[in-house]
Design a protein around this ligand. Sequence first.
Ligand code: AMP
Length: 433
Amino acid sequence: MTTLKAVRGTRDLLPPETALWNHIEKTARQVFTRYNFGEIRTPIFEDTALFSRGVGEETDIVSKEMYTWEDRARAQSEKPQSLTLRPENTAGVVRAYIEHKLGETGQLQKLYYVGPQFRRERPQKGRYRQFSQIGAEVIGPPSAGSESPLRDAEILEMLATLLDELGITGWTLHLNSVGSSADRARYNEVLRAALIPLAPQMCVDCQRRAVTNPLRVLDCKVPEDQPIIETLPKIVDSLDEASKTHFAAVLAALDAASVPYTRNHRLVRGLDYYTRTTFEFTHGGLGAQNALLGGGRYDGLSEAIGGPKAPGIGFAMGEDRLVLTLQAQLDQNPAPPQIADAFIAPLGESLNPAALALARELRRQGLRIELGDGSFRLKKSFETADKLARRIVILGEDELESGILTVKTFASGMQTKVARAELAAYLSAPSND
Ligand code: AMP
């Protein structure tokens, strides 16, 4: 029989690496809470139309990368529903905002999420078919101030704070404005005209995009196309006064908060719903897949999927890439491995129940405990304990009766007797190491 393996582009995460994932999620939750965000959890699969209408038919995600299937029809007369594993979470959050009429509160909704996303991309380092995103969205009716450039700047400042608190150094914030949907339409036409003489020399994807959605030409990664793309008109020259003023206000607030950024004219992002501010944080240590996170404003998304006017701004961070970045930094400066505070060695199988009771007592006091097994010889328990724990606690008949336990600390080689009532305090005191 062939051995079954995890599907291409998916991965198992094992300890101790999972501790790093938990650390990242915990830090993100703490930072988001300080900015007064609350957590949202949306389903992992949705109606396919949510993504084709929300993200855009012409995007790589929708046209090539979605895991889509037809659900079984409930009745013969019923058309089967097309379902898709979510490739991103913003469309789901906006759907939930509409479905639960969150706009009627009249307040800004500040929501964050953590969870898996699915895209059928070509797997490589930092790019997987199941990956995890940590993201947040600020969305609400215009009367709540959802269009304000201050919201854009606040999100960017929050991201800078989160990366700093995670200890990720050396990131770059790339910033652009793709204008309102009218600006984008105008720019699309300017690009379309500019591409007529150029497209025949470009890759087949660009030849198609030049006709269907010229903006997407700016995402092209084919090296031969790059010099041509550099000569194309810039979107900044197609922005109307309102979009220019909005962008200038974002930059002014970032300057005031000392958040460093660079302007990047080609940053139009791979999803159609973006308007005005778009951004990406990159990290040099990641290689080809260097984007740690991306996001932007999506003032028309709610209406595109049938909701009320609800401008918003958000981002998604690639958690896999945060882990890779932190691992690379830790490799240069490794943290000591996490081991248990104590290993409990019962002397004989008959002491196993008492050992479980002792372990329960210590664990409930917050200690990290490995529970041995009295069916093993003491020599073997010592060998195992030496690998897994800082100390060994021996529990025999005498110890059980007297309530005085023998504790050996491996680092110092010191062996001593400790009263059961004092054991938890003794095991947690670093001075006893
Ligand atoms: P996007 O939703 O395409 O704007 O991506 C936001 C972030 O998610 C990117 O900057 C990456 O960090 C991460 N990301 C996107 N696609 C993948 C993938 N296939 N594997 C791992 N991370 C990804």
